[in-house]
Write a protein that binds this ligand. Structure first.
Ligand SMILES: Nc1ncnc2c1ncn2[C@@H]1O[C@H](COP(=O)(O)OP(=O)(O)OP(=O)(O)O)[C@@H](O)[C@H]1O
Ligand SMILES: [Mg+2]
Length: 587
């Protein structure tokens, strides 16, 4: 029910009750008053009639008295009865003389009794004589002594009729007053409730998220104050929400740009938020909100650490896990509870991808093992031959020479190995200085190929050079770049088949020059392709060592090229051959 209708209803009821009371009171009052006036009138007429009788009546004669009664009755428009002291009716304005004689004795009528004893009697009752309700008033008359009683009577009908008329007028007036009051009520209640309705509409709009609506209430009362407070509140909420939105988008931006994966859980362990990095790490779909890590990610270890963090009061849990989808990844998880008011309200899990770190650690470990191994092999050979010589083989001239040759070869190998290692570590640590100047690839390659003529001939390999004459020069340190091509061409020969081919070509690619060294050799198995640039990595260790290799060549190539701002990559198919490509910036 609308408040306006309520006001109208309450107001109308109150007015109706008040008007009813007024009506009732006035009705009562008016009836009494008019009765009293008639009574007073009757009394006045009675005492006038008595005076008249006192003057006129000297003796008792029924006929004469009846005529007097008729006369007074006519003048006063009442019923007049003259009664003797003994109660006999002597005259009556409404009865004939015949009728009078048969009227019963009136001595014990209450008004007659009162008139005799108190000088004035009054009574209201039904007249059996004329069959109607009457008001009777009686007084004794006679100058010296009481000669009789005069009684005036009027029918009460008159009084009722009069009060009925009054009631009618009163009723109509009150109805008109009521209608006016209702109209006034509607206008006033509309005036009062209009601002309330306006405020209600504003509050509703706020609840629906529309903060632009303002209540236009200009009154300076409590309702006006309320409207202004609500307008102010809406503005405050709007500002607060904007602030929250802003900090949320900032947080989203931070989470989005993080390299670490982030997962936020609520107190029940359900996912509240996950950033894109984590979704990529775990290759899970978006919208995992509201689900538990176990069912959403199906990883018991993540579930465990999340559980432990939620039971933790303070501090950080950490765990390293390995996931396999889509590829193997090592993730380091830090999990901390979110504590609010001394109780755990959720947990935050941060995932670091440490796959590369772990791989590098492994490479380093392998490197140390490899270096020791590579150093030990020629050293033990040198030691072995030297001891054999000392133990007497020195005298066997022929063998001694061979042994010494092996010792020299192994020493050279050791020296080469140590030199390679040194230059590698120098390049890696950035201690080496490259004197970059424009160099011609064609010139470098030509000079290089000449140096390989002996090996090429031995293996019956055909070397083709396909470098356009207008190829731009590259910005590089000539000696280092020569070493790069030397290593690549050396491999192309070493891992080529007898009678194979090597094609050295070069093209310009945007700001770079790409040099391809393609061979028709044994090729590299797919699983090894990504690893050939690692230090000491050799596909076939025994074969490579037989060919005098240590597995450092390609890592030196990679380091030099990277230091020049270029790239090196390889495409290979097993038994078909490999193509190593190098890019270098144009001069
Ligand atoms: N052109 C190629 N064809 C096939 N396999 C190759 C080729 N080039 C390199 N490889 C593989 O990559 C490995 C690493 O090459 P890298 O040049 O680093 O070492 P290496 O040739 O064994 O020794 P080093 O170059 O130090 O004398 C080789 O052992 C070989 O197994
Ligand atoms: Mg090599």
């Amino acid at each position: 029910m609308r408040i306006q209708n309520k006001i109208i209803l309450i107001f109308s009821c109150s007015i109706a009750i008040i008007l009813f009371c007024v009506y009732h009171y006035l009705n009562q009052n008016l009836t009494q008053r008019s009765f009293k006036r008639i009574q007073e009138n009757l009394e006045k007429q009675l005492s006038l009639s008595r005076s008249y009788l006192n003057d006129v009546v000297k003796e008792f004669s029924s006929e004469k008295l009846d005529a007097i009664a008729d006369k007074i009755g006519k003048d006063t428009k009442t019923r007049v009865t003259v009664i003797a002291v003994d109660g006999a009716v002597l005259g009556d304005s409404q009865l004939t003389s015949k009728e009078i004689s048969s009227v019963e004795n009136h001595l014990y009528r209450p008004e007659v009794q009162d008139a005799l004893s108190e000088g004035l009697g009054q009574s209201r009752r039904f007249s059996t004589t004329i069959k109607t309700d009457m008001l009777y008033m009686a007084m004794p008359f006679g100058k010296e002594k009481t000669l009789g009683i005069i009684r005036l009577a009027i029918p009460l009908e008159k009084i009722t009729l009069l009060s009925q008329n009054l009631k009618h007028i009163l009723f109509i007036s009150l109805i008109i007053a009521f209608i006016f009051a209702i109209i006034l009520n509607v206008i006033i209640s509309d005036f009062i409730t209009k601002p309330i309705r306006e405020i209600y509409l504003t509050a509703k709009a706020i609840a629906q998220g529309d903060f632009s609506r303002k209540s236009i209430v200009k009154t300076k009362d409590e309702i006006g104050d309320l409207a202004r407070s609500i307008n102010e509140m809406a503005e405050q909420i709007r500002l607060r929400i904007r602030e929250i939105d802003l900090s949320r988008s900032r947080l989203e931006a931070v989470l989005l740009s993080m390299f670490e994966g982030v997962m936020v859980l609520d107190a029940e362990g359900k996912i509240l938020l996950m950033n894109k990095t984590l979704k990529d790490f775990l290759s899970v779909p978006l919208d995992l909100q509201g689900r538990r890590p176990l069912e959403a990610i199906r990883n018991i270890e993540i579930h465990d650490i999340a559980d432990r963090a939620l039971q933790l009061k303070a501090g950080v849990e950490s765990k390293e896990i390995t996931v396999f989808l889509p590829q193997e990844k090592t993730l380091l998880i830090y999990a901390a509870p979110v504590v609010r008011d001394n109780s755990v309200d959720g947990a935050v899990l941060v995932f670091h991808d440490i796959t590369e770190l772990r791989r590098l650690e492994k490479v380093r470990r392998d490197f140390v093992a490899n270096v020791s191994h590579e150093l030990r092999t020629p050293l033990s050979s040198i030691k072995g031959y030297a001891e054999t010589l000392l133990e007497g083989a020195l005298d066997d001239k022929k063998n001694a020479k061979d042994f010494l040759k092996i010792i020299v070869e192994d020493s050279n190998r050791l020296t080469q190995l140590i030199e390679d290692l040194l230059s590698l570590s120098k390049i890696e640590s950035g201690k080496i200085f490259f004197r970059k100047e424009p160099c011609s690839i064609q010139a470098i390659v030509k000079k290089l190929v000449i140096g390989f003529q002996k090996q090429v001939k031995e293996k019956k390999i055909e070397v083709k050079i396909d470098i356009p004459g207008d190829l731009p020069k590259v910005l590089a340190d000539e000696a280092s770049i020569s070493q790069v091509f030397l290593n690549l061409v050396d491999n192309a020969i070493k891992y080529n088949k007898e009678g194979g081919t090597i094609i050295i070509s070069a093209i310009k690619k945007s700001d770079f020059v790409q040099v391809d060294i393609a061979d028709t050799g044994i090729g590299i198995p797919e699983e090894d392709v990504s690893r050939v640039f690692e230090r000491f990595y050799r596909v076939d260790k025994a074969r490579s060592r037989e060919l005098g290799g240590t597995g450092l060549g390609l890592s030196i190539v990679k380091n030099i090229i990277q230091a020049h701002g270029g790239e090196v990559f390889v495409k290979s198919s097993l038994t078909q051959g490999s193509t190593f490509s190098v890019t270098l910036p144009q001069a």
